[in-house]
Ligand binder design. Structure first.
Ligand SMILES: O=C[C@H](O)[C@@H](O)CC(=O)C(=O)O
Ligand SMILES: [Zn+2]
Length: 276
């Protein structure tokens, strides 16, 4: 598992394009083997797999988690963005079609991902955070969520925000997770933008044609930088950073947050003209 350490915003001011990308951008998602990045920002683990044979979530020998199984001290949120697949949690099998999610509580010993059709594999995207208590494992269907409708075509940011793992819907220790889909003709996500010093966040962009990109904006509000992102790439957003983007085409993204609180609306909103 790749390890990323946290960086200081004072240092990031002087980063080159490659340094920014090495530190925050996560590429090469959805391979047949499980891919994971362990971020020391709030100890969030970001992972993905497009299984062509069953793949078990394991702590590999030599990995510095200090536990005997992956979810011994962690919780897990999963969303499938590919073909139909299954997640087997200690013998209980959850069928996940495209956009279905699953919360897995702390203490589950064996989590196995598989695809129903290896020619059209499932694409499981996941976030995992340290946990202190077991909350029930719950399957989440996107159709059961009433989305928050945000933005408008006039400002090119009309979108539906689906909260999958959020207090009152699916309880968790700290993980909050969901998906935001832009309406056709709308290119901006999360603009007007915000930070939340209380939580870090990871974004994963998808449903973007291979010929298009998202210009993802990060950095302190008065020290912004962009990272050019392609389909099915993720980016780490430390608590001090904005996270917003504009595409050359509309797209969808999964967001996952961990940190001090689970108050979705606890954001430090930034007025657009105040950005630098
Ligand atoms: O803190 C909240 C996160 O940045 C996202 O949920 C925002 C988002 O998906 C959107 O505005 O479209
Ligand atoms: Zn945010």
């Amino acid at each position: 598992m790749e390890v990323r350490y946290s960086v200081n915003p004072k240092d990031v001011k002087r980063f080159t394009t490659d340094e920014l990308r090495d530190e925050f951008l996560i590429q090469g998602l959805f391979q047949s083997e499980i891919q994971m990045v362990y971020s020391h920002v709030d100890r969030m683990i970001q992972g993905s797999v497009a299984p062509t044979s069953p793949r078990e979530l394991k702590v590999k020998a030599g990995e510095n988690m200090g536990v005997s199984y992956f979810l011994e001290r962690r919780e897990l949120g999963i969303i499938n963005i590919g073909g139909s697949g299954k997640v087997d949690v200690d013998g209980t099998v959850y069928d996940l079609v495209r956009t279905d999610g699953l919360y897995v509580g702390m203490g589950a010993k064996k989590v196995v991902f598989s695809s129903d059709d290896t020619k059209n594999p499932a694409k499981f995207y996941f976030n995992s955070a340290p946990a202190h208590k077991t909350y029930p494992t719950v399957k989440i269907e996107r159709s059961s969520i009433t989305p928050r409708h945000l933005g408008s075509i006039e400002t090119s940011n009309e979108r539906n925000l689906y909260q999958y793992i959020i207090p009152g819907r699916v309880e968790s220790c700290q993980l909050v997770m969901g998906m935001t889909a832009l309406e056709p003709g709308n290119m901006w996500n999360s603009m007007p933008c915000h930070t939340h010093e209380r939580r870090m966040e990871v974004y994963m962009y998808f449903d973007l044609p291979e010929t298009d990109v998202v210009m993802h904006y990060m950095g302190q509000p008065q020290e912004t930088r962009h990272v050019v992102m392609h389909n099915e790439e993720a980016i780490i957003s430390p608590s001090w950073s904005i996270h917003a983007g504009v595409g050359t085409h509309n797209y969808t993204f999964i967001w996952g947050m961990v940190g001090e609180n689970q108050e979705f609306d606890d954001m430090d909103n930034i007025k657009i003209p105040d950005l630098r």
